[in-house]
Design a protein around this ligand. Sequence first.
Ligand code: HEC
Length: 467
Amino acid sequence: MPDPLDFFYYPVRDFGLAMKGMIIGGMGVVHVFLAQFAIGGGMMMCWLQWRAWKHDDELARRFLDSFFQVLVLVSFVLGALTGVGMWLTAIQVSPRTIGKMVEEFHWIWATEWTFFCVEIVIGYTFYRCHRRLDDPTRMLLLAVYALASWASLFWINGILAWMLTPGGWSQTGSVWAGFFNPSFWPSLVYRTLVSLTLGGLVAIVVVHTIPGMSREDRGKLVNTCSLVLAPMAVMPLVGLWYLGTIPPDSREWVLGQSTAMTMALGGAIGASTLVGLYVVFGLLLGRLYVNAATATLLLVLAFAATGAGELVREGVRKPYTIRGSLYANSLTQADVDRMRKIGSVTRDPYPMPGKFPEPVLVTGAKVFRLQCSVCHTLDGANGLDHLTETWQPDQMRLNIAKLQYTKPFMPPFAGTAEEVEALVQYLLWRKAGQPQRWPIAAGQARLADIRRWLAAAGTHSPVRRTH
Ligand code: HEC
């Protein structure tokens, strides 16, 4: 018989005013942007090499051998660094999610890293030797580089998409059902298009940095580079395809039910549409000359679109990190059920810094840390002090006891009535300015009500576990 209290508490990390989700999200956006540029940049280099080889396009060769190839290589070094940064932050913010991802997809990660190694070795070989190589060899190296970097996207994409749409894995636990999950293909196609777009836009900016090139030559190069942007015309369709594969409740949030999510999606669509219109009408049809400032602006818009897009993808997973298996605060359904009976922080071994006049306030602070701090701070981003500012104590008790109905993107409360009360006392004590004495006897009378509210809310999320 396992010890009923043997929940494993991971070490905790406090990021101050920044919400934990923001830390990982911020790192994620930079990483995705760099990594996708490295992939698109590789494809762009293939295209330039093809032009140089088959069309004797000396401008393309000059451009390829310029700062651009250095940039692509730098981006994959930075991509790798921020990739390590992702692991570092993820194991602090959401160790259990990361643990599950490694446990389920061990060999997929290994495969991804193998392709990544190929990418690094070939990229470096090209960088060192390209001036001494003939065209077919250069083409071969670049094609392998581009394919390997795209393949690493292929493998990681399956794992990322699985978190939102685990598909058949939820029933069978099959790795391949999880990997080729419902949003795998639209997400892969979409990310490939984004990569190409980033590769093209960065190239156009870089064209303007080559010293001593005539305006006419720059114009020609911009036109050559713009061709890889053409596929982005189908992005809206692929976006719709993606929306069609995600769970209906997630879709409803981005389509109006959650203001923040809807705004983020609107931002992503707006920014990509602007880039798209400029590319199609300005660059491809109009053959316009685009100057450095415009090109940079297009790139900034693309960065904004990437950021907003990733935010939506992270946001619509709530209240889960792995849909149906793991809530965002790293608790499973079984944990919630059990902790309702035995308490969630009963054995939390980590100290709670600060001075508390009553032990119940320490319990409240620990409940916040375990169950809420992944999405909330106290007085910073999405801060609870502010969100509960106008609430009466009983309103707090009720709304926390039925947390999953207060907002459906929050997980159910995973603790006893005493813990709801402790959390409420903690929030009230903060609201009162953290006085040195805190008489709490009055609160005890509410436990029976809280028990009733907890029972009425049940332990499940109204957000369906699978779809
Ligand atoms: C999965 C992320 C997540 C977790 C975990 C979470 N919340 Fe929230 N919560 C949110 C989001 C997002 C909002 C919406 C904020 C807004 O409307 O600006 C919210 C809103 C709230 C509000 C305001 C509700 C309203 O109607 O205005 C309160 C109070 C709150 N949360 C308390 C908690 C408490 C207490 C916990 C821990 C027991 C918790 N939350 C855990 C994501 C979460």
